[in-house]
Design a protein around this ligand. Sequence first.
Ligand SMILES: [Zn+2]
Length: 205
Amino acid sequence: MANKSFEFISGAECLDLANTIGGARGQTNEIEYLESYQDLLNWGRLKGLLSERQAASLELKSKDHQYEANEVLEKTKELRKSIYHIFSAFASGQIPSDSDLLVINRELEHGLHRQRIVWGSSGYEWGWEEPTELDSLLAPIARSAADLITSADLTHVKECTSPSCSWLFVDETKNQSRRWCNMKTCGNRNKLQRFRSRQIRHEQK
Ligand SMILES: [Zn+2]
């Protein structure tokens, strides 16, 4: 779906990619947000990894290389799965598996040569070559995962506590009190459920 409304609530590119599956993973309410290569481009554009022009140019290219574009979509989903496994493991105090780290390392090996010094909003900074390859989005995502794994923020990675949600985020609150991906959705739903169960208990008395 071209107009699927992605949410960017995690504080890290890699986790925002992990959050392109809605609902609880492996449960009946699981929702796939990346149904096509075009969805991936839309995600990249809204995330700010691609400009309008770059996304339009990659979309045009994908129409002539549909097989390759589908392969990139599958590769993105493989990367997404490993990112989810790794950070979900860290969030629950576990060590991630070597096979998931291998997927990130393989993508770094494949894509880091595309890094460049670019002129940014506050001077020169690390950036990327012009994204002209169908898989140009993958390296920045893998790099974001590597940056997060090796940063102090790793201990602040959490998974939404709602049983019907598997979204990941970096808790940037001072007292580490964030429990839900989004107060408006999971937070409210949880509050409502607690209110209803209190009411039922009250009526049963
Ligand atoms: Zn949630």
